[in-house]
Design a binder for this molecule. Structure first.
Ligand code: URA
Length: 426
C-alpha cells in the first residue's frame, strides 16, 4: 500500500470532496499508528460533510477487513440499536432468543455521548468478562462482548474517539461502526433499532429513515438479511436508567414483570427475526439463559443466582438518593430523555473524556411515566447519585419533567419498518 500524506487526506475531506477507496483503506489500515488528533480531525470532517454511499461501504469493508470474523452460521441472529436512554433491549433479547434455539453472537458497545451502552451495563455485574477471545466467542452459543484487538479493532478506536469529539451523529460513521461489527459475527439475520427523537442521534424520522436505509443497504451487500425498525426516542424507555439500574430492570423483564414499552420493543425485535419469545419469558427459560450467559462470561454461579434473586445485593448503587416530587397535581406530560441522559452522563454514569472510569451505581428510577396521574408531592423520579451532587444537575433533572392539567396520549414507539425492498436504488 502506498504511503499517504495525512494532512492532505484530511484537507480533501474537510473541503467536501469524496475520498477514494484506497484512501479510506489506507487510513483504516494504519489507524493504530495515526495520532488521536488526526483521527479526531478525520471524524469531524466526516461529521460535517457526511460520507456518501460509496464511502460508507468502503469504510465499513475496510473496518471489517482489519479484524477477524467468526465463522458464518445459518441460525446466528443479532440485534443492534443506534442508542437511546433506558435502551436495555439487547440484554433481554439475547437470552430470550437463545432460549428459542437461536445462536446469538452479539458485539456491543459502551455508552456513546448521553446514551447508555450494553457493555457498560454488563460491567456493573461483578466478574462479567466483556472482552472474549475469538476462541471463546466461537464456543459460546450466546454471548455479549465488546470490540477487542482481534475482532472489530478499528471500531473500538473510532468509537471511543467519537464519544468524546461530538462526532457520533453521522450516518456514514454509524453505519460503518455497526455494520462492521455485525458482519464480523457471521450472522444470518439482523434487526436494527434505529432511534429518532430528542434523545437519539437522529433527531428527525427522515434522518432515521436515511440511516436505516444506509444500514440495510450495506448489510445486504455484506451478505446477511437486515430489517430496521424506526422507534421513537423522546422519553426514557422503561423505568430504570443507568448501568446497574438497567440490569435490575432487565431481570424484571426476564421474570415477566417488565414495563410495557420495553417489552413491546423486545417482542417486535424478536418477531422481526422470526421468533416469538412470549413462552420463553413466561416459563423462565429466557431467565435461565441469562444466568447461563453470565456464568459462561465469568460470573460465579452463586453471584449470578444472587443477582437474579436480589439484584441490589450484588450491584453497585450510588449512596445518595435525590427524589423529585410533583410540584402540582395533574398528569405527566413530558420526561425529556435527552436532559435525563445528559445529567446521568455528567454525574458519572457516562464519559466526557476518553477511557474515563464510570460509576455503575449512578442511575434513576422513574416512579411515574408519561400519561400517569399524579398528586402534588408525589415522587416522580429518584436519582441515585454521589454525595453532594452539583445542584445544577438536580435543577436540570427537575426541568426535564412537565406536568399538565390534561392527560397526553401515549402510543407505540414503533413508527415503521425498513427492509431492502423499501430502499431506493440510487
Ligand atoms: N452503536 C454503535 O455500535 N455504533 C454507533 O456509531 C452508534 C451506535
Amino acid at each position: 500500500m502506498i504511503a499517504m500524506h495525512i494532512p492532505r487526506l484530511l484537507a480533501k475531506k474537510r473541503d467536501g470532496h469524496a475520498l477514494e477507496q484506497n484512501e479510506i483503506e489506507w487510513f483504516i489500515h494504519h489507524l493504530h499508528q495515526i495520532p488521536n488528533e488526526q483521527i479526531g480531525a478525520f471524524l469531524m470532517a466526516c461529521q460535517i460533510n457526511g460520507l456518501n454511499a460509496q464511502e460508507t461501504t468502503y469504510l465499513t469493508k475496510a473496518m471489517l477487513e482489519k479484524g477477524e470474523c467468526l465463522p458464518k452460521q445459518d441460525d446466528a441472529v443479532d440485534k443492534h440499536s443506534t442508542g437511546g436512554v433506558g435502551d436495555k433491549m439487547s440484554l433481554i433479547l439475547a437470552p430470550a432468543l437463545r432460549a428459542c434455539g437461536a445462536i446469538v453472537p452479539m458485539l456491543a458497545g459502551r455508552g456513546l455521548a448521553h446514551t447508555g451502552g450494553t457493555i457498560d451495563k454488563l460491567e456493573s455485574i461483578p466478574g462479567f468478562n466483556t472482552g472474549l477471545t475469538i476462541g471463546e466467542m466461537i464456543k459460546n452459543p450466546c454471548f455479549i462482548s465488546r470490540q477487542t484487538p482481534e475482532i472489530a479493532p478499528t471500531d473500538s478506536i473510532l468509537y471511543a474517539i467519537r464519544d468524546v469529539t461530538a462526532t457520533v451523529p453521522c450516518i456514514g460513521l454509524i453505519t460503518a461502526s455497526i455494520l462492521s461489527k455485525k458482519a464480523a459475527e457471521g450472522i444470518q439475520s439482523l434487526v436494527l433499532d434505529v432511534k429518532f427523537g430528542r434523545a437519539a442521534f437522529m433527531q428527525h424520522s427522515e434522518d432515521a429513515r436515511a440511516l436505516a436505509e444506509s444500514m440495510v443497504r450495506v448489510g445486504t451487500e455484506l451478505g446477511f438479511e437486515v430489517v430496521a425498525q424506526l422507534t421513537q426516542m423522546d422519553h426514557p424507555i422503561g423505568c430504570m436508567l443507568g448501568n446497574s439500574h438497567e440490569i435490575v430492570e432487565t431481570i424484571d423483564c426476564l421474570k415477566g414483570a417488565g414495563p410495557h414499552d420495553t417489552m413491546e420493543l423486545v417482542h417486535a425485535q424478536a418477531n422481526a427475526l422470526g421468533f416469538d419469545i412470549t413462552e420463553v419469558i413466561s416459563n423462565g427459560s429466557a431467565l435461565n439463559e441469562f444466568k447461563s450467559m453470565l456464568e459462561r462470561q465469568g460470573v460465579d454461579s452463586s453471584i449470578a443466582q444472587q443477582l437474579i434473586d436480589d439484584p441490589w445485593s450484588v450491584l453497585q448503587r450510588a449512596p445518595q438518593q435525590y427524589t423529585l416530587h410533583a410540584e402540582q397535581s395533574g398528569f405527566i406530560a413530558d420526561l425529556d430523555a435527552l436532559v435525563i441522559g445528559q445529567v446521568l452522563c455528567e454525574a458519572g454514569a457516562g464519559r466526557s473524556v476518553q477511557g474515563a472510569e464510570i460509576h455503575h451505581g449512578i442511575g434513576i428510577k422513574i416512579h411515574h411515566h408519561i400519561g400517569s396521574k399524579v398528586e402534588e408531592g408525589d415522587a416522580i423520579l429518584t436519582m441515585d447519585g454521589p454525595f453532594g451532587i452539583d445542584v445544577q444537575l438536580i435543577q436540570r433533572l427537575k426541568n426535564s419533567i412537565t406536568i399538565s392539567d390534561y392527560q397526553v396520549a401515549t402510543s407505540s414507539r414503533i413508527l415503521e419498518t425498513v427492509a431492502i425492498s423499501d430502499c431506493s436504488t440510487t
